[in-house]
Ligand binder design. Structure first.
Ligand code: ATP
Length: 399
């Protein structure tokens, strides 16, 4: 039976909006399954690698598990795939509880970091392998392998061995081998880490296109923030065996939920202090006044925050401004100001990263600015400047 990829492409759901019942139903109808983990714990002896983790991944979405080394991303993926048994809790794929099912019965496929291609087999035989194992007949194998090789743009390489392919081509073959079995969920463990920077960026968009085209559920492990942002409908930020935040890339960028997420995802500037005042603002948010040692008041936006608690707030480096004498004061009165010395200037292309040191507290700060704007400012290392940022751009972070 031929796979009608043209039709698949034309009926694909809008994955960025996969939060409506209709979209999920459509993805399910096309073969995707959602994944749910319910209070899952994984212990290795006395060591708890994952603790009481609950997560829902919608059918047809691209989900990245993001976090530093050792936080439990791969363990989580392996428990969904069935390569690692859970110690407690339940794993569902679609509406099936799969705890007791072996990997081959879960309707999932896994793509590994090193691609795990058989070096002595041809490309064709590598892709065909999973179908043979499932007892698919010769005629159907022929159709499905040639179709999937065409889809990844490597129909001409069937007779080659893996070592006669480039890194990017090997990656596509590994993807074809995983997709040819028509899994409901594809799991990818750091699939791009073996590639150089340029190829990684190109393959990222290929992965995303193929995921869209098939409308499947993709779950990818990565510790690259940029990769997670560029691929995901949903990012799961993990730390020490638990989830810190589940959010869309935009939500994560604009409203990190903890100090850990704020630091991990974007070099954010974080201020720690005590809540001394909560000022009602626009009905949705309050302005929270933190007393920060050495700085005094720092204002941020938050909700339902009790006075007296120790807390923090975070502002992105691109939302700071350097105030010049000619600049008008903001109409918003609760602006934050801080005097700092420029200690480091790094041109990274379109963006310049400027490291500063607060004179009052010794805290290091980061300011990011378009390189063309930085050049116009005429500033250099050693100068003392006034930084300003709005309370509206500063996110309150509870402890
Ligand atoms: P990385 O990005 O480095 O791959 P990760 O986030 O995927 O890290 P895991 O591989 O899931 O992390 O590991 C989570 C924790 O569980 C780590 O502390 C790791 O040392 C531990 N761990 C993983 N596998 C085993 C095992 N088989 N036996 C004992 N401990 C393990």
């Amino acid at each position: 039976m031929a796979l009608d990829t043209q039709n698949l492409a034309s009926t694909q759901p809008k994955l960025s909006q996969l939060d409506t019942a209709g979209d999920i139903q459509e993805a399910v109808a096309r073969g995707a399954a959602g994944v749910s983990l319910r209070s899952v714990t994984k212990k290795y002896g006395n060591f708890t690698a994952i603790e009481n983790l609950t997560l829902d991944i919608p059918a047809g979405s691209y989900c990245c598990l993001l976090g530093p080394s050792g936080c439990g991303k791969t363990t989580t993926l392996r428990m969904v795939a069935g390569h690692e048994p859970v110690t407690n809790g339940d794993v569902y794929i679609g509406d099936r509880r799969v705890n007791a099912l072996p990997p081959a019965k879960r309707n999932t496929a896994m793509m590994f970091q090193n691609y795990a291609l058989f070096p002595h087999k041809t490309v064709w035989q590598n892709v065909e392998f999973g179908l043979r194992m499932r007892g698919i007949n010769t005629a159907e194998r022929q159709v499905r392998v040639s179709e999937i090789l065409e889809l990844v743009g490597l129909g001409h390489t069937g007779d080659r061995k893996p070592d006669q392919l480039s890194g990017g081509q090997q990656q596509r073959i590994a993807l074809a081998r995983a997709l040819v079995t028509r899994p409901q969920v594809l799991m990818l463990d750091e699939p791009l880490s073996a590639l150089d920077e340029n190829l990684r960026v190109r393959m990222r968009s290929e992965l995303r296109n193929i995921q869209k085209q098939f409308g499947l559920t993709f779950i990818q492990v990565t510790h690259h923030v940029e990769e997670a942002f560029s691929l995901s409908d949903q990012i799961v930020v993990m730390d020490h065996g638990h989830i810190d935040q589940v959010a869309t890339p935009t939500e994560l960028f604009e409203a990190p939920a903890s100090r850990f997420v704020a630091r991990f995802i974007g070099d954010n500037n974080i201020f720690e202090g005590k809540v001394v005042n909560v000022i009602p603002d626009d009905g949705t948010f309050d302005v929270i006044e933190l007393d920060v040692e050495g700085l005094g008041s720092v204002f941020s936006r938050g909700q339902a925050v009790p006075v007296g608690q120790t807390a923090a707030c975070s502002v992105r480096p691109d939302l700071l401004a350097i105030v010049t004498s000619s600049e008008e004061q903001s109409s918003f009165t609760k602006d934050n100001h801080l005097t700092a010395r420029i200690v480091d200037v790094e041109l990274t292309g379109y963006v310049t990263r400027v490291g500063l040191l607060s004179e009052a507290t010794g805290q290091e700060l980061l300011y990011k600015v378009r390189t063309s704007d930085w050049s116009r400012m005429g500033l250099s290392e050693g100068q003392v400047v006034m930084l300003r940022w709005s309370a509206h751009d500063c996110v309150f972070l509870p402890y």
